[in-house]
Design a protein around this ligand. Structure first.
Ligand code: ADP
Length: 351
């Protein structure tokens, strides 16, 4: 980014608008001209609202931006602006206070860059993802009913003819029923994945102790079967969507159970530490661990690192966790000692 006003005036990438204290334009560089189409003589003396959209001007966005810059020394912003021909460009910009040699505020400098192509690409990807999400939700949702019917009728036919089925036929039915159960689990994960992609409305405050208890209760049978020992700290109350956060704990605990070592007593430790403005949670196990090469990719949809070793699993659990955590403003990652255990970390905002 250029430094002095002289440098700014020559710059052909970063637009520069010099403003007085009430927003009247008094400086306009070459890049500002190239980006907006306005020549200096067409804007000097006019109010900066000239290149804000009418909606933003009506909402007093330019005034608020100037007030913020005057108060804080700097105001950053990204929004649509107007060109001379009436079309819009996406500007990533910053407004800073300009001072004279004695440090007295004499006006403001608005520096901006035309980021329209990046914004359009991002919007395009977002909209394509939303379409894909809607599509997978609809397909998964509509598959539930025929699958339920199929399973019910296979089981009915089996029960009715139990006496006449030989060993081989019984085995065929068992395989069909198992496959339909796996498909049901996959569909339910796909539905959960589509739902987890929506921006979380962080209106309620959620007691994470209760959330953790719910997740454990949902897995009680599995935890008992695995004879898991769980130790944990106390957890904070945070803004979030309760049902989604239960899902995060549940998926991580379920994985600790699934990827345990058969010859080692399963021990799970769940902690939360305060790292303002976040709380960082960790779920540690002493299971099979994860190789370095797999640590990032396992958070992608359908990515599995131990497929074949366990039948159950769609490869969607961690991507659901990732979506939920990110929609709550946090991040998720794993540290692992392959062969000895893993610790999944995730952060949640404290407000
Ligand atoms: P799934 O368990 O259905 O395969 P996930 O998205 O929950 O899908 O996990 C992706 C992969 O990450 C798993 O297939 C497994 O290889 C690995 N993984 C997840 N959790 C653990 C864990 N606690 N220990 C070892 N590997 C794990």
């Amino acid at each position: 980014m250029p430094q002095s006003t002289d440098e700014l005036m020559q710059n052909e990438v970063f637009g520069y608008a010099g403003l007085d204290r009430v927003g009247k334009i008094c400086g306009w560089n070459r890049a500002a001209e190239l980006i907006t189409g306005y020549r200096p003589e067409e804007v000097i003396g006019k109010n900066v609202c000239l290149f804000f959209t009418p909606e933003d001007t009506a909402l007093k966005v330019p005034d608020r931006e100037m007030e913020r810059a005057l108060e804080m020394g700097k105001a950053e912003d990204q929004r649509w602006h107007l060109k001379k021909d009436g079309t819009r460009f996406w500007a990533a910009g910053a407004m800073t206070v300009s001072r004279d040699a004695d440090g007295k505020v004499v006006g403001l400098s608005k520096i901006f860059r035309d980021d329209t192509v990046r914004k359009q690409t991002e919007d395009h990807i977002k909209s394509a993802n939303a379409d894909l999400n809607r599509f997978s939700y609809t397909v998964a949702h509509d598959l539930q009913q025929p699958l339920r019917t199929l399973t019910t009728y296979v089981e009915l036919a089996f029960r009715k003819n139990l006496h006449s089925f030989d060993h081989e036929s019984k085995e065929y039915v068992r395989i069909a029923v198992d496959a339909s159960k796996r498909m049901r689990a996959l569909i339910s994960d796909l539905l959960a994945l589509s739902k987890s992609d929506h921006k979380a409305e962080l209106r309620e405050r959620v007691d994470c102790n209760a959330i953790f208890e719910d997740a454990q209760a949902n897995l009680q049978e599995h935890l008992n079967t695995a004879r898991a020992v769980i130790a944990h700290s106390t957890f904070p109350t945070l803004p979030g969507v309760g049902s989604q956060l239960v899902q995060v704990f549940q998926n991580l605990l379920e994985n600790a159970i699934k990827y345990r070592r058969p010859d080692v007593k399963l021990e799970i430790r769940v902690d939360a530490i305060h790292l303002p403005p976040f709380w960082r949670f960790s779920v540690s196990d002493n299971g099979v661990g994860i190789a370095d090469v797999d640590k990032e990719r396992i958070f992608g949809a359908f990515e599995r690192a131990h497929s074949g070793k366990t039948e159950s699993g769609s490869g969607l659990g961690l991507s659901i966790c990732k979506n939920i955590v990110e929609q709550h403003g946090g991040t998720i990652w794993v540290e692992s000692n392959a062969g000895h255990g893993s610790t999944f970390f995730f952060t949640l905002r404290e407000n």
